[in-house]
Design a binder for this molecule. Sequence first.
Ligand code: GLA
Length: 751
Amino acid sequence: MIRKLDDLFVLNTDATTYAFRVTNGGHLKHLYYGKRITFDNGDVSFLEEGRELPPGNTSYYSDAHRHISLEYLCTEMSSRGKGDLGETFIDVTFPDGTGTTDFLYEGYELGTGSPNLDGLPSSHDGGAKVENLTVTLKDSHTGLTLELSYFVYADCDVITRSSRVVNSLSESVVLNRLMSSQLDFADGDFTLHTFTGGWVNEMHRNDIPVTSGKYINSSITGTSSNRANPFVMLSKGIADEEHGDVYGLNLVYSGNHFECAEKTIHGKTRILNGINPEGFSFVLEPGDSFIAPESVMTFSPIGYGGMSRNMHRFVGHHILRGQWEERPRPVLLNSWEACYFDLSEEKILGLAQQAASLGAELFVLDDGWFGQRTEDTRSLGDWHPNPDIFPEGLASCVNKIRDMGIDFGIWVEPEMVNVDSDLYRAHPDWVIDIPGREHSEGRNQRLLDLTRTDVQDYIIEAMSGVFSSADISYIKWDMNRVFSDVHSRALPPERQGEVYHRYALGLYRVMDALTKKFPHILFEGCASGGGRTDLGMLCYFPQIWGSDNTDAICRADIQEGYSYGYPLSVISAHVSTVPNHQTGRITPMETRYAVASFGLLGYELDPGKLSEEELTQIKEQIATYKEWRDVYFHGEFYRAGSSAGLANAEPTTWTVVSPDKSRAIGMNLQGLGKPYSHFEFYKAAGLKPGSLYEISTSPSFDEGSEKYIVRGDALMNAGIRTRTFLHGTHINDEIRHYPDFAATLFYIRER
Ligand code: GLA
């Protein structure tokens, strides 16, 4: 709910309040963001500093406002040149070369509905009432217009923001940066939590005390990147999974992003997010406008866990859309680690047959099926099936697979081209490169110039051809390199700073067209694994391949990293063979399944190379997953313990609970086994305290399985003692061999 009380704007979600007011000078002063509070009227003097401009070398705002320092004030947006020395929200260069701006309040508008950001993806109302507020500001000297918009998703405790600059002048201006949101706090004691990594190594949480100065989390890969995800948290004082004030911020954007947390000498803390200003500038002709991507903010007074569940609800109800939003995702078998580039129709049919007999619902043909793609040096761009693999064509092979009672999906990497391809030979000018300069290749391939409409149209047409060439129900859309030698032949020199952002806009246009044209297809985003896992992609593709690392121990860490900002229902996770192809590690099949089941389950191995026992295990796993899939998919997720490190003393504990709290699945995962350890505890979370639950390590609660009947409060607070990790110790002459990296799943149902 949004209220205006005199000069005060109050935005309430079910459990949070966000408030700011217009000062006498016309600036927007940020007052509060946190647990829900009540304002009876616009008198917020109790929240004001009550002190004058600090003495020293701070500049005051103007003669008429000698008591105001913009360096000191908490604001909704900051700008350069009038005293605010902090990280700036907006940076513009005017025709006279100056860059000072001073945006003052002009008016506001209240409305309902989710954002419409003109070519940028954004959240949708999901059938709920979304109230919005747009505040218009104007630069006091030039009249340049800035709009700040706010959208209230009350049920998720989420407020989203976006901003828009309109060049209302008669000459062009250059926009050097426009942030999406800014959060100022009058005090400090914050920790910034970022999620960084690289290929096969995504989403490791960092905890950075914001004690003084600035800390920047950003990407310049051209994508949201595996180097630094746009999702960040800010916690106040001491926080953990269940306690403490935690803010979560994310960006609905897939290009270069920027998050900066700063503490000033006055003890004020600021966090900003938006498009990365590095490598960015945009020329705005008179009448042009520029829209910054939507920023998503949430607050929880109950720790990281509460914050995560707000974000999960928001992503599930207001980011995902289309036919697959609510639909359980098929269990799949993917050909990549089974075959790599060594493909034949016989192999493909063999794999699909095995997948079907194991109970999988979808067979996915990964890279290597098109052109002369027998290695990664050629054929990207030549999107026709390799006749050596498909002598009777792709459609005929797919029909045979469909006859096995299983769906078919295929891999594409539409944004790319190999120099050794017919596409590049026909259109060497369609790539991002600098003419006359040696190109720094990435995985032997170049980026197509998606800033160009003709290239976008080509991709839409080429992919429409592939998608309708056979009975295809799933697409894995890959993107395997970072940007280098950034330059578009289609843009003049003064607009080269627009390439990164125009690429993102071009990509969104392509994805929008294809997902609308093929609404029945389940799209999975991928960028060398998790190189582009963000809310922008999720507005089109409802799931993302979280990492090329399929080792269960690494994966537990990676998936736990994602879980802070993204629900289980958007990250796919596969059981692969051992020794693992990325780490060489051997982990038990149970563990590989346990970890992958807390994601969208798939298998990425050659069943033909497994023992009968392993095949039986997989069959049972798939059957169990199908029975419990709705709990994983729609459930509320709880983390406990420490995230899986190899020699962790405490096991990683995850629990997912159905929305009605009648069913739950828990997991305990240990790193290295401990000698002489007799018991572990499993503590559930999120259950109804007074209800009676049955808990078992058997998904069907078999007679004879280890099984207890316990009240929810006891299960959550005392936990059950389990002997599942007992190993390596002689007990009555019996040695129980539970190896390192053991995991146990617990199935819980209300009686
Ligand atoms: C990327 C993906 C993998 C696989 C290969 C194929 O690395 O992340 O899953 O599809 O490309 O080349």
